[in-house]
Design a protein around this ligand. Sequence first.
Ligand SMILES: *Cc1c(COP(=O)(O)O)cnc(C)c1O
Length: 373
Amino acid sequence: MAEKIWLSTPTTHTEEQKFIKEAFDTNWVAPLGKNVNEFENEISEYTGCGYAAAMTAGTHALHMAVKMAGVKDGDVVLCSDLTFAATVNPVTYENGVQVFVESERDTWNMDPRALKLAFEKYKGKVKAVVLVHLYGTPAKIDEIITLCEKYNVPLIEDAAESLGATYKGRQTGSFGKYSAISFNGNKIITSSGGGMFLSGDEDAVKKVRFYSTQARDAAPHYQHSEIGYNYRMSNIVAGIGRGQLIHLDEHIALKKKIYNTYKREFRGLPVKMNPYLEYTEPNFWLSCFTIDEDAVEAVDPEKIRLALEKENIEARPIWKPMHMQPVYAGHDFVSCGDLVGEDLFRRGLCLPSDIKMTEEQQLKVINIIKGLF
Ligand SMILES: *Cc1c(COP(=O)(O)O)cnc(C)c1O
């Protein structure tokens, strides 16, 4: 059988090993050390976010963001609905209550009109907004920030999938009061696993470092006045991340080429690539499409996914909206009436977007899909 074509897997280079070797050579095989400090500096410089704290996972960075926003028992947090569960689960870690906000069709992200309805509905009760930039495509940030400012509620950006994507020339992850990125194995760059908490507020980042190293008070003995966590990234993992960051722009360029090839080759087919706003530059982490309404009955996403799977090619459904998840049954969902997330889930598919995929391999994917219509 032909070699497997993947959705998105790690693409490694040579510098990762160099940074790891340095950590071993100096015996900083620990959750602190030069790689951790430098990786934080390099990410804050790249994104322009201000300050950064390296974490064991993007999910943990989001947890710290929810904690820093002061979410407590019963507080309402308005969350992107069409996303991965890790965007919204940390609200539960702090006993907050997620209210899911509908997506729009221009970026597949949170609809500012639905956010406005949610703010009005939960006046005085909203503690934070959690906004994802799905598949590396920036959301309608200006409109959303305007609403957050009007209601004086902090914005948390889940930029786990969007490292390197820009909105009006500015990096995602630098808009939120608190933001999170991920270096999981399938993301645009990886540290094998890990994440980072970002903020322009230096004190907040210091506080996150405190909470994520077991919340030890400043005393020679072990004294604790608050509950802490063991969330700090290891110096080995940070070394991988540093080596990867050198290649981020190159990864983005390759991802963009994959997206544009799909877009060009699918001209004439009843499908549409995942859209983005003209004044944004996605990182094109995953290329996705939706099948037009009048064609989807004959060729649905699952039919395409299975046809690809038969040829050892990995494709994946669009994230299932949070308001449709059994674990979030009973949570409110605020929509303008047009069920965009459900519709994208029904008609959409994530296509192979691995940057090690050759042109011939991508053509093979394209021809299998063309053959189905
Ligand atoms: C990957 C991802 C996360 C979680 O990041 P981890 O590093 O895997 O914990 C959160 N949100 C979104 C949208 C993601 O894609």
